[in-house]
Design a protein around this ligand. Structure first.
Ligand SMILES: Nc1nc2c(ncn2[C@@H]2O[C@H](COP(=O)(O)OP(=O)(O)OP(=O)(O)O)[C@@H](O)[C@H]2O)c(=O)[nH]1
Ligand SMILES: [Mg+2]
Length: 541
């Protein structure tokens, strides 16, 4: 490379550079002065290099010693833990979140097809017998029945049809069952697709009452953590072997995929399903060009699905049976045309609404940089069903904060895994055991009173809280009064049971499927956690 003095162009450039002009050695410099100047320059360079090196070391040290913040998401099944985790991902690792959207397509299809099957079951004339059985149970337990796929406000409405009505029911049921039969077959295929990628760690299909998947092995000592690591790109990496799942795929069972499964990779862009390229062009084909893709079955039936959902007789039948699918997990029946379009790509909201039960523990990590400080965040999302809760304890050891989710709209529902237990009652008991836990006495607790949107809808529809929570008495059945009452109830339990009287409790009314509302709350949670973390590390008094 030519020196600065050898090229007329570089000389011109350096002469026109004011800094170079100032630093240029004086023209009348003596040999001694020159030697001294060079020595001084060498010394200055040494100092500058060592400063640079120190900065580099400091940066590496800072990176290594970034304080870790560990947050645990707790709450019963379907309380919204995984949805909250998705919101954290959307805020902090949006590229990874968006890259996974395609993979959620299969879950959304499954949720949609499942709603169709629920309707077909509900309109079946054979379901009369079940109504009578449900009513008996509900009466004796003073609570209503539901399953995880639908909200059943009350089942004490055994419907007795006259012969003419029964004839209509047979005809309607036969008509829709015949028209929509391929979708019921598709449900099984989708379940297989979601599990087939990982035969050894296949899909869990609990039957909602006696779980088919064995509980996670209890920790061998207090610290063993059967975790799955999800890196910032959303990939899951197993860290502890887990038991094999049963091979059976039970129709209608609630679907969950073990976090070890690579279903997102297999069903997302770049996965096996999309590896084919157009001959010669090297272009990746869209899934809609793959004739085996489930979208081709779905795309044949949007009209039949809409006809079923819009049928006033069907709606009346669902009303009679107090089934409110629109308030259930994974509800897409109002958007059939959009979801079944061949080139459908799930939106952020679609992904947030998708329901896939968690089995095991999922760890999501990201780095939060604020000014010159960085913090490594680890968020643990656990399975909330009763047989999953024994896996929680090892995570209590060094956790900084707990976000506890209580779905307060569930006051008229029972647990999928134990229909004798009211969901609100279960949440309150679970809450009490968490806030009274001595291991957690110095852990910040943030309570999300979740599914406020559904609570509002339910109360607006006239469902009475005092029918399910006797202590509510004659108070007004409006959103303001109910939410305030429940907030006080949870707050009081904390006050009465917390081993640490100094602990401040942060309560938020949330609807974690609502991104705009939840982003603000997440930022607030972040501030609470970081402030408490700094305090603990004695960086502030
Ligand atoms: N409308 C509404 N739906 C919600 C809300 N929070 C969660 N959901 C939906 O409820 C369903 C269950 O939420 P999840 O986040 O899967 O529940 P979870 O607590 O992770 O459940 P497990 O994994 O079984 O422990 C999903 O379909 C969510 O989209 C909410 O505030 N409002
Ligand atoms: Mg979950």
């Amino acid at each position: 490379m030519p020196s600065a003095n050898s090229s007329p162009i570089s000389r011109r450039r350096s002469l026109s550079d004011p800094l170079a002009a100032v630093l240029r050695p004086p023209q009348d410099e003596t040999p001694e002065q020159r030697e001294m100047r060079i020595l001084a320059e060498q010394e200055a360079k040494k100092i500058s290099d060592s400063i640079d090196e120190q900065i580099k070391l400091d940066k590496a040290e800072l990176k290594k010693n970034r304080p870790d913040v560990k947050v645990l998401l707790l709450g019963q099944s379907e309380s919204g833990k995984s949805t909250t985790l998705k919101q954290f991902q959307l805020l902090h690792t949006p590229a990874a979140f968006h890259a996974e959207r395609i993979a959620w397509r299969s879950v959304i299809y499954l949720n949609l097809v499942r709603s169709i099957r629920r309707i077909l079951e509900a309109i079946s004339p054979d379901s009369e017998q079940h109504d009578a059985l449900d009513a008996f149970d509900a009466d004796s337990l003073n609570m209503s029945q539901t399953d995880s796929a639908s909200i059943v406000i009350s089942s004490s409405s055994s419907i007795h049809m006259d012969p003419q009505q029964q004839q209509i029911a047979y005809e309607k049921h036969a008509y829709y069952s015949a028209r929509l039969a391929p979708l019921i077959e598709l449900e099984e295929r989708l379940m297989r697709m979601l599990s087939e990628d990982d035969e050894d760690e296949a899909t869990h299909l609990g039957n909602g009452i006696s779980p088919a998947w064995p509980s996670l092995p209890p920790p061998t000592n207090g610290t063993t953590r059967p975790t799955i690591h999800v890196d910032t790109h959303g990939h899951t990496v197993p860290s502890t072997p887990s038991p094999r799942s049963p091979a059976s795929l039970a129709r209608g069972a609630e679907m969950s995929v073990r976090p070890t499964s690579n279903w997102k990779k297999a069903l997302g862009l770049g996965g096996n399903k999309l590896k084919s390229t157009s001959p010669g062009t090297g272009e990746v084909l869209g899934w809609w060009e793959d004739p085996t893709d489930p979208v081709h079955v779905l795309a044949k039936y949007p009209a039949a699905m809409v006809e079923l959902w819009d049928d006033q007789w069907v709606q009346g039948r669902l009303r009679d049976r107090r089934i409110r699918l629109e308030e259930s997990s994974g509800f897409y029946l109002d958007e059939i045309e959009r979801i079944t379009a061949k080139k459908y790509i799930p939106t952020d909201d679609d992904v947030l609404k998708a329901r896939l039960k968690t089995v095991g523990v999922v760890e999501h990590t990201f780095t939060l940089i604020q000014g010159s400080r960085g913090t490594n965040w680890k968020i643990y999302d656990v399975g909330g069903a009763r047989n999953q809760r024994q896996a929680w304890a090892p995570y209590f050891q060094d956790v900084n904060a707990i976000i506890f989710l209580a779905p307060i709209s569930a006051f008229d529902q029972v647990l999928a895994e134990d229909p004798r237990v009211n969901r609100l009652e279960d949440s309150l008991l679970l809450w009490r055991s968490v806030v009274s836990n001595k291991l957690l006495s110095h852990v910040n607790i943030i309570l999300f009173l979740n599914k406020c949107d559904l609570l509002q809808a339910k109360l607006d529809a006239g469902v009475q809280l005092n029918q399910h929570l006797l202590s509510y008495g004659d108070r007004p059945n409006d959103y303001e009064s109910v939410s305030k009452y429940l907030r006080n109830k949870f707050g009081l339990l904390h006050q009465q049971n917390s081993p640490n009287t100094e602990r401040e409790l942060f309560i938020h009314f949330t609807a974690v499927t609502d991104t705009r509302r939840t982003m603000t709350i997440i930022q607030n949670v972040r501030d609470i956690v970081l402030k408490a973390n700094l305090k603990n590390s004695k960086l502030i008094s």
